[in-house]
Design a protein around this ligand. Structure first.
Ligand SMILES: O=C(O)CCC(=O)C(=O)O
Ligand SMILES: [Fe+2]
Length: 246
């Protein structure tokens, strides 16, 4: 959980107002009992809806700040692995890294156990920065148990995603998470996923692999092929990460 981050409180609040406005544009959507979501690629090319009026500009600023925070954290993660601070950004070509903005809108459900929020999954990129509108719902798998994550407004939850696990040859683990819905309040989460560039062939860092004692635990794959694999229906109930694990 990151508190003293680089996204000003006013920008964070504005982003939630715009997202709320987006989902309220059509009345049916706001009355639906199902999760609704908006998913857009925001880097290297920026895409955004034009409505509501302030959405585009706020989203662009929000994602730029999020990218900066992710890069700073990735420098520290590189160092923690005994690598140069710029190792990850260089090896994975982050100047053209794929960044995806996902806004999730979960209407309240009187019987929350009956409603599907978001099923268990791990994120495919490097780091996902998640903010929530103060309504609890996110759960992560920790030591075999699902635990609730606090939903403190203006805080960023940082989820380690598949490509940090791959690059670190398993030293970092991609976190399995899911989301439950609330019985009383509408829950909104904003996830900004930061990944390698689409054309980068990602392998465990050579510096972390030793032939005998610590062999590569993942096969290499182009990031965009990994994305395709995750979205395909060829996974037989496995995750994309299971498919590249040796
Ligand atoms: O709503 C949440 O807290 C989780 C969202 C999420 O995991 C995602 O969009 O990938
Ligand atoms: Fe996720």
């Amino acid at each position: 959980m990151v508190v003293n981050h680089d996204i000003p409180k006013t920008l964070m609040e504005k982003m939630f107002v715009e997202v709320f406005g987006f989902f309220n544009l059509t009345e049916e959507e706001s009355k639906s009992m199902q999760r609704d979501f908006l998913k857009i690629f925001v880097h290297p090319e920026f895409h955004s809806p034009d409505k509501p009026a302030g959405f585009r500009e706020t989203c662009e600023q929000y994602c730029r700040r999020a990218r900066h925070i992710a890069r700073e954290l990735l420098k520290r993660i590189s160092e923690s692995l005994g690598l140069e601070p710029s190792y990850i950004e260089q090896a994975l070509n982050l100047d053209s890294g794929l960044q995806v903005f996902i806004a999730n809108f979960y209407p309240p459900c009187p019987q929350p156990d009956m409603a599907m929020g978001m099923p268990p999954h791990s994120d495919h990129g490097l780091l996902t920065l998640l903010s929530q509108n103060g309504v609890i719902g996110l759960q992560i798998l920790h030591k075999g148990k699902w635990v609730n994550v606090n939903a403190i407004p203006n805080c960023l939850v940082v989820n380690v995603s598949d490509h940090i696990e791959i690059l670190s040859n398993g030293k970092y683990k991609s976190v399995l998470h899911k989301a439950a819905v609330s019985s009383k309040a509408t829950r909104i989460s904003i996830a900004v996923a930061n990944g390698p560039s689409g054309d980068t062939f990602v392998v465990p860092a050579a510096e972390l692999v030793k032939k005998e004692s610590n062999p590569a635990a993942y096969v290499g794959m182009k990031y965009k092929e990994y994305l395709g694999l995750q979205q395909s229906n060829q996974l037989d109930g496995k995750s994309a990460l299971d498919r590249v694990r040796i």
